[in-house]
Design a protein around this ligand. Structure first.
Ligand SMILES: [Fe+2]
Length: 271
């Protein structure tokens, strides 16, 4: 992982926002501004529903999804003694602005099992992927046992996601002799490959603590910066600084499409 500074002036970041938000950004500075807006987004995700009045009415027939929507893998996080958060995002075309989906809701089934082959499923349900959230899915799974591994996956129509593994936290009363955690930070896509995550995915860990930065706003060239792709080209919309919500969603998609980062998310819960 490399380290670099983002250092973009707050007034430029907020250029596309309302006068109130621009003023707030100027007062708080950019980092703080993003934290505040991020907190609002987290609150919205807590119930996994768009703001009242914006919910899309139509629901997509999953049979119309013609290519794998699970291109960005799966992840889990915020492990508690009896619950864990599961994540995925539907993106048949992860490098396009609409991710290859119409602006309709999509029903996503999920299941959690004790074993990797899902012969002993302990929890299952259905979640809705909303276009307002770029078809991301957050499921807080309750009723789990403390301090144990679980396996999870998602399904849309006939498409099945990769299997993820997660681990619940120990009980609050547990006498903990040891805890195995990894700390990661500062992953810059344009500075090179995420091979450290490949190793991390193979480690025996209880949880990964991500200290940020999860992404960088710098332009990423068509060859992926220092990755210097010879077999593919990234769309031109990555080759500019990340400013708008759409820019950020594209940038998250780009990072999440990295196979090593995907493997780490599928192997361990992140905080
Ligand atoms: Fe950093």
């Amino acid at each position: 992982m490399t380290s670099a500074r983002t250092g973009t002036p707050a007034d430029r970041t907020a250029a596309t926002h309302s006068p109130e938000l621009r003023a707030a950004a100027a007062r708080l500075g950019r980092r703080r501004f993003l934290t505040v807006t991020g907190a609002a987004a987290a609150l919205a995700f807590a119930v996994n529903l768009p703001t009242a009045g914006t919910a899309s009415a139509a629901e997509l027939d999953a049979a119309k999804i013609k290519s794998d929507p699970f291109t960005l893998g799966v992840g889990s996080g915020d492990p508690q003694p009896t619950s864990v958060l599961l994540w995925t995002r539907l993106a048949p075309s992860p490098y396009e602005s609409d991710s290859g989906l119409p602006r309709t809701r999509v029903s996503v089934r999920w299941e959690v099992a004790h074993d990797e082959r899902f012969t002993r499923v302990t929890r299952r349900g259905t979640a809705t992927a909303h276009p307002e959230f770029d078809h991301s899915v957050h499921v807080e799974v309750p009723g789990l046992d403390a301090d144990r591994f679980y396996f999870y996956r998602f399904r849309v129509g006939s498409w099945i996601s990769p299997v993820g593994r997660t681990r619940t936290a120990p009980a609050l009363s547990a006498n903990i002799a040891e805890l195995k955690l990894a700390a990661v930070s500062c992953q810059a896509y344009h500075d090179g490959y995420f091979t450290a995550y490949k190793h991390l995915a193979a480690e025996d860990l209880d949880v990964v603590v991500h200290l940020g930065d999860y992404l960088y706003e710098y332009a990423v060239t068509a060859v992926g910066g220092a990755r210097n792709y010879t077999d593919r080209r990234l769309p031109a919309h990555y080759n500019r600084e990340t400013i708008t919500l759409e820019d950020y969603r594209l940038r998250y998609g780009l990072y999440k499409s990295d196979p090593d980062l995907m493997a780490a998310h599928a192997a361990h819960p992140f905080v």
